[in-house]
Write a protein that binds this ligand. Structure first.
Ligand code: NAP
Length: 285
């Protein structure tokens, strides 16, 4: 049986540390504040927003929600995002994506100031992550994977790390973060040949494919650490969700595994707050 790497203990320890930092900042008259930019009211955006607000409250941070109608035009939204970006009291910005199709998302993302881009929506932040610049914030999910690995004292240096998925929001940045810590990284995708064999080679396997239960028993071997980023509707349990890893098949084989739900996802909003507090500290240094 594998050791289950739950997200809650990681999130709790991080929140305790963040609350202390917020206390120190407040003593200097500074309240770290997250700006949440939302167009329309998609249920998944609202769900994530609820979690972000709760985490802000738990660590003593403030937040402001900037909500716009789903039919807002490009010019008005560009103006709005520029205004939020310029607000002195807003230290970090979370903007829900994808934006409605009629908006030029690439252009709008570029209007977020890099120093407030706490979820890596701009190419400027991505460049900093890829160049190992300490003031570039990676997207929250890859950072959450790293926080789980660190919290559990899992060694990365010299280890074979296989990242399943090459998206800009998870696969590529998590690969860069593992590389930064001297992992030997392989990135897989839909054209990778012999995928199960490549995954079997890993000491640390990060699954971020967005395919329910794709990682089966033949992808893994004893001794591996498996971090499951996937959030998918569970085809076997309507109304529930599951990871990219077939937990029932994989858990009995590997050494450690994150569950879904209750794994990476439970750390993500805490990372959002952590990066906003870091941004606040840098802006007030
Ligand atoms: P994405 O943009 O759809 O990217 C999926 C990646 O997986 C692509 O690189 C794709 O390869 C690869 N892939 C798809 N099918 C494959 C297959 N059969 N074999 C090998 N590779 C395959 O997804 P994403 O945004 O990175 O998200 C990945 C998962 O993480 C999703 O389940 C998402 O819901 C979840 N997620 C979780 C969190 C969290 O907080 N826990 C946050 C964000 C995302 P190609 O590039 O070749 O197409």
């Amino acid at each position: 049986m594998a050791e289950v790497l739950k997200g809650k203990p990681v999130a709790d320890a991080m929140k305790e540390e963040l609350a202390k930092k917020v206390g120190e900042l407040k003593a200097k008259g500074i309240t770290p504040t997250l700006g949440i930019v939302r167009v329309g009211a998609r249920p998944d955006d609202l769900y994530y927003e609820g979690g972000a607000k709760k985490t802000c409250e738990a660590v003593g941070m403030a937040y402001e929600v900037f909500e716009y109608p789903a039919d807002i035009d490009q010019e008005s939204f560009e103006k709005a995002v520029t205004e939020v970006g310029a607000m002195k009291n807003i230290n970090g910005i979370l903007m829900f994506a994808p934006l409605p199709k009629h908006l030029n998302e690439k252009k709008i993302r570029s209007l977020i100031p890099v120093e407030k881009d706490v979820d890596c929506l701009t190419l400027g932040s991505a460049a900093k992550v890829f160049a190992d610049e300490p003031d570039g914030f990676p997207p929250c999910t890859p950072t959450a994977c790293m926080d789980i690995i660190h919290f559990n004292n899992i060694p990365i240096k010299g280890k074979k790390c296989v990242v399943l998925g090459r998206s800009l929001v998870v696969g590529k940045p998590v690969a860069m973060l593992l590389l930064r810590e001297h992992g030997t990284v392989t990135i897989c995708h839909s054209r990778t040949e012999n995928l199960p064999d490549v995954c079997k080679e890993a000491d640390i396997l990060i699954a971020a494919v967005g395919r329910a239960k794709m990682v089966k028993a033949n992808f893994v071997r004893p001794g591996q650490i498996v971090i499951d980023v996937g959030i998918n509707e569970d085809p076997d349990n309507p109304g529930k969700y599951c990871g990219d890893v077939d937990y029932a098949e994989v858990e009995p084989i590997v050494e450690k595994i994150t569950p879904v739900p209750g794994g990476v996802g439970s750390v993500t909003t805490v990372v959002l707050c952590k990066q906003t507090i870091m941004a606040c500290e840098m802006q007030n240094a």
